[in-house]
Design a protein around this ligand. Structure first.
Ligand SMILES: [Zn+2]
Length: 140
C-alpha cells in the first residue's frame, strides 16, 4: 500500500538527517512507504530509525512498513515560527499514535489541522521541491 501524496511548491524547511541508519527510511518514503523499525530480539516497534533498539539496546533491527493509520494524541497551532519554519506559519503539528503502537510528531495538513484528539488520520508523503517529508491528513 502506498501513502497518499501531496505537493508543495516550497523546499523542505530543513533537510532530514540521512545516515546509514536512516537512508533506507528516506528512500522508501520517496516510494510512498513509511518504515518502522522492529527489534528482532524483543519485538519492540519504534521510530525514528536508530542504530539500536530503544527498549533492549539490541542491534538486531529490521524494517516493516506502517499501515499509515493513526490517531491524534495532541496537537498545537504554531503562529510564530523561527528560522526555516517561518515561511510555513501558521501551521499545525500533532503527536500521532500510529496503529502499530508508535508515537510520532508530524505536521497536520489541511482539514486534519482542526481535528480534536482521538480523531483518525493517515500518514501522507508531501513532495517538496527538494525531496519528500511525511505529514498527517484527515482519514475521513
Ligand atoms: Zn529490542
Amino acid at each position: 500500500m502506498s501513502l497518499p501524496r501531496l505537493q508543495s511548491e516550497m523546499p523542505r524547511p530543513c533537510c532530514p538527517r540521512v545516515d546509514e541508519h536512516t537512508e533506507l527510511f528516506w528512500k522508501t518514503l520517496e516510494d510512498g512507504k513509511f518504515l518502522l523499525a522492529v527489534c528482532g530480539d524483543c519485538s519492540t516497534t519504534q521510530f525514528p530509525p536508530r542504530k539500536h533498539c530503544s527498549a533492549c539496546y539490541g542491534h538486531n533491527l529490521d524494517w516493516t512498513p506502517a499501515s499509515g493509520g493513526g490517531v491524534i494524541y495532541a496537537s498545537t497551532r504554531v503562529h510564530a515560527a523561527g528560522g526555516p519554519f517561518a515561511a510555513m506559519a501558521p501551521y499545525t503539528v500533532g503527536i500521532i499514535d500510529l496503529d502499530e503502537g508508535v508515537r510520532i510528531l508530524t505536521r497536520l495538513m489541511h482539514d486534519a489541522s482542526s481535528l480534536p484528539p482521538g480523531s483518525r488520520v493517515n500518514l501522507a508523503v508531501i513532495e517538496h521541491t527538494d525531496g519528500p517529508l511525511f505529514v498527517a491528513v484527515n482519514a475521513a
